[in-house]
Design a protein around this ligand. Structure first.
Ligand SMILES: *Cc1c(COP(=O)(O)O)cnc(C)c1O
Length: 383
């Protein structure tokens, strides 16, 4: 399957440009989230190659400690099953009718986001002579997939008539749980609670309820319900600068490369495509073999910084597809083979995913999920 990620590790050893994922930190982050949300279950979110950390290794490491796994698309769920992961898996995204048998065959939990989808699931399960496990998706203010909260009862009632469907869960998703202003998030929560009263009113058991993403875990304990769905927080990154850091987590991912070339450049000799930067004096510059083809965004050109020998230096000129240049100035030292920290720590200096997001004008999520498959992932265990 295409999303299975090859890594480039052979021919002369590991590619100098690589990502290091600390598996112990992932476990510690999960533990910290559990401590905050216990006794709720935890659905670990592994979509988009586990936020760039490598779904395969992260799933093998964390699945034994998780109650549920959440992914975005069918193919990610199938991959987990092909790896032999037996933990329940919910596919959070919308589904097409023709995919339904694949879900059922692989024992994947489906998101029933409309009455029509639910009926299709019921029919397909009937044909296969199996029961399909579903979670009902309620739209409380995201205006994406899901039945509007004001017509949720149509989905809830339709579910009662399905013979081949087990409604195991019911869920919704926050649009603004990571914001400083929680007005909209609280409104969404109120709407979801109203939808849940259907079960009480009709004397029916309530399915497993879940709504909290990382933002809500940090700042809306009343949204914990029966299960929480941490994504970015699991990887040790806070969803926005506005959230209180009520759960202590640490980044699990570091990204580094090595100096591949050293030279001295003179004034009047601009660096890289478009000649966007030149020095006003003789300076030392080094070439680093990483670029936007690896997911190091071109929009960070002339803004990014890296750490070499424990010192922060500016990236200069346009970031190319496979290479970029760093200015060591007149006195900086760095030579071929020196480690270059792109994300991570060295001798007390630190560059975070948030720094890259600032330079690129985006959010940490996009930085992490764009680190390309050309960049090998190495897994370490270190407390
Ligand atoms: C991605 C996703 C999450 C996790 O979001 P974070 O902000 O990374 O915690 C939770 N729920 C749903 C439905 C998602 O799509």
């Amino acid at each position: 399957m295409q999303i299975n990620q090859p890594t480039i590790t052979t021919r002369g050893g590991l590619r100098p440009t690589h990502v290091e994922v600390n598996l112990d930190r992932l476990s510690q982050n999960l533990k910290a989230i559990r401590e905050r949300t216990s006794p709720a279950k935890v659905m670990i979110i592994l979509k988009a190659n586990a936020y760039g950390h490598g779904m395969d290794a992260v799933a093998r490491h964390l699945a034994p400690h998780a109650d549920y796994i959440g992914v975005a698309v069918l193919e990610e769920g199938v991959l987990l099953r092909e790896m032999g992961i037996t933990t329940p898996v919910l596919v959070l995204g919308g589904i097409w009718e023709e995919q339904i048998p694949e879900f059922i065959k692989h024992d994947l939990t489906l998101t029933a986001s409309s009455v029509e989808r639910l009926e299709h699931i019921d029919q397909a399960a009937g044909v296969l002579g199996k029961k399909a496990v579903v979670h009902l998706k309620i739209d409380t203010g995201m205006e994406r997939i899901g039945v509007h909260y004001y017509s949720a009862h149509t989905l809830q009632e339709a579910a009662l008539g399905c013979k081949h469907v087990v409604v195991e869960g019911i869920y919704s998703h926050f649009a603004n749980a990571d914001a400083a202003d929680l007005t909209h998030a609280r409104l969404q929560l109120e709407r979801f609670n109203e939808v849940l009263r259907f079960y009480e009113r009709n004397g029916l058991p309530t399915p497993m309820r879940h709504m909290a993403n990382s933002g809500a875990i940090l700042q809306l304990p009343e949204a914990t319900f029966d299960m929480v769905r941490p994504g970015i927080l699991l990887y040790g990154v806070y969803p926005s600068p506005d959230v209180p850091r009520t759960v202590k987590v640490r980044p699990a991912l570091a990204w580094s490369s090595k100096v591949v070339y050293f030279k001295v450049t003179k004034p009047g000799h601009p660096v890289s495509y478009g000649s966007t930067w030149q020095s006003d004096r003789m300076v030392r510059v080094v070439t680093v073999p990483v670029g936007y083809g690896d997911g190091y965004f071109r929009s960070m050109s002339n803004k990014a910084q890296v750490i070499i020998r424990g010192v922060k230096y500016p990236q200069v000129g346009r970031i190319c597809m496979d290479q970029m240049v760093v200015n060591l100035g007149r006195d900086g030292t760095g030579y071929n083979g020196d480690k270059v920290v792109l994300i991570g720590e060295m001798d007390g200096e630190r560059i975070t995913v948030e720094d890259l997001a600032d330079w690129a004008g985006t959010i940490p999520y996009e930085i992490l999920t764009n680190i390309n498959t050309r960049v090998p992932r190495v897994y370490v265990t270190a407390p």
